[in-house]
Design a protein around this ligand. Structure first.
Ligand SMILES: [Zn+2]
Length: 91
């Protein structure tokens, strides 16, 4: 798990996600699978909020070592969009 603080800390991962363009599937709110369409590799990303802090973790090697991988960047982007929609639509 890594703590998500500023977008700057995810910048490299975000850039890689933009290049790789992985497929993000929503398992449920906060749980996602991220698939590299070129290699077919799929990892699970979870996002959570605890004590007002945001955390995310990924099952890939980089993620398990506590690094911000592009799977996390891609899933967090989808997660924030979902969170925004939930807040806006109030469901
Ligand atoms: Zn990962």
């Amino acid at each position: 798990m890594i703590q998500l603080t500023t977008a700057a800390k995810l910048e490299n991962a975000i850039n890689k996600a933009r290049t790789v363009k992985p497929l993000v599937r929503v398992v449920k709110f906060g749980n996602y699978t991220v698939t590299n369409k070129q290699t077919g590799a799929t990892y699970e990303v979870s996002c959570m909020k605890r004590d007002g802090k945001r955390f995310a973790g990924c099952t890939c090697i980089a993620g398990e070592r506590g690094n911000a991988c592009y799977h996390i960047a891609a899933a967090v982007s989808a997660h924030l969009q979902l969170a925004f929609e939930r807040a806006t639509l109030n469901f």
